[in-house]
Design a protein around this ligand. Structure first.
Ligand SMILES: Nc1nc2c(ncn2[C@@H]2O[C@H](COP(=O)(O)OP(=O)(O)OP(=O)(O)O)[C@@H](O)[C@H]2O)c(=O)[nH]1
Length: 289
């Protein structure tokens, strides 16, 4: 399978801009996809953030496996990484985000108050990879539509400040991917969830990856959606794709079936699933505490 690579012209520029803007903010809000909390974190951004106050937002939690989202939250808490799970599409994130921001910045706010500064504005910066839901999140935060929302990666181009009530100001930034995925499954997961521009991957490859993942982690969803027997569920992914293609009446046009499968997946019609699993053994260390 070809490795998915991405060489956007604006990446280096975005990096410089983010570096510059980091100096102006108290806090970084990192929006990731709750279905892939690690694979949708840009290592370059992580490096840029350094030790700046940082709240990790597991967005699209409505599409993720709720038990896995809970596990990931526990995992990050254990790592001393402040974290919140959000559904920006349907929820109201302002209150929980502001509350978490105030907790993270409590020592800084207390120091300012000691100096007699009573009205403290919190300045945050929203970062994340394309399509993680930054614009949707910011629109919800502001309570009105200000950031452009797209269902394609790479819609947000400029950096804009938005002000909410409660002296909370947030800076929007364009979604930034990184140039090369060390682990090819990261690219496959990002392509599956729609973070990578169409045309940079083969839909059948990504569908085969997804089928294999469902077979291993969520067989009951496949079984129920496509009415499969136990033996069919165990077929190699390629054969399963051919079977689904025939079942759909597409003869041997598996490209058409792959496109349909991806569309279904992206509409959330193939169940709530999480593609990244917390590192093996972390629960044991939590239990030891
Ligand atoms: N189900 C669900 N969909 C969401 C959520 N947040 C965003 N979306 C959808 O995800 C897609 C991408 O959202 P955007 O807000 O445009 O993402 P972005 O990160 O600003 O994207 P770029 O502009 O490419 O950087 C859109 O189709 C949104 O409707 C969420 O919490 N749940």
């Amino acid at each position: 399978m070809a490795t998915i690579q991405w060489y956007p012209g604006h990446m280096a520029k975005a990096k410089r801009e983010i570096q510059e803007r980091l100096k102006q903010v108290d806090l970084v809000l990192e929006v990731v996809d709750a279905r892939l909390p690690e694979s949708s974190r840009n290592p370059m951004l992580r490096e840029l953030i350094g030790d700046k106050a940082h709240l990790l937002l597991l967005n699209k939690a409505d599409l993720a496996d709720p038990q896995m989202t809970q596990a990931w939250q526990k995992y990050y808490q254990r790592e001393q990484q402040p974290v919140l799970a959000l559904d920006s599409q349907h929820g109201q994130p302002l209150r929980p985000v502001l509350h978490a921001a105030k907790q993270i910045l409590a020592p800084k706010i207390a120091a300012q108050q000691q100096k007699g500064v009573l009205k403290t504005t919190i300045r945050a910066m929203c970062i994340g990879i394309p399509n993680s839901g930054k614009s949707t999140f910011l629109n919800r935060l502001a309570g009105k539509n200000i950031a452009p929302i797209g269902n394609r990666p790479g819609v947000t181009r400029k950096q804009n400040w938005l002000k909410t009530k409660d002296d909370f100001e947030v800076l929007d930034t364009p979604g930034v991917l990184w140039p090369k995925f060390e682990d090819p499954t990261v690219g496959q997961k990002l392509a599956l969830t729609g973070a990578i521009k169409e045309g940079l991957y083969h839909e059948d490859d990504i569908t085969l990856f997804a089928l294999g993942f469902y077979q291993k982690q969520y067989p009951q969803i496949l079984q129920q959606t496509y009415q499969l027997t136990a033996a069919q569920l165990d077929l190699p992914a390629v054969e399963l794709l051919l079977l689904l293609t025939k079942q759909a009446g597409f003869r041997d046009d598996y490209d058409r079936m792959a496109a349909k499968f991806l569309l279904y997946f992206r509409k959330g019609k193939l169940g709530r699933i999480t593609l990244d699993l917390p590192p093996v053994g972390w629960e044991a260390t939590v239990a030891d505490d």
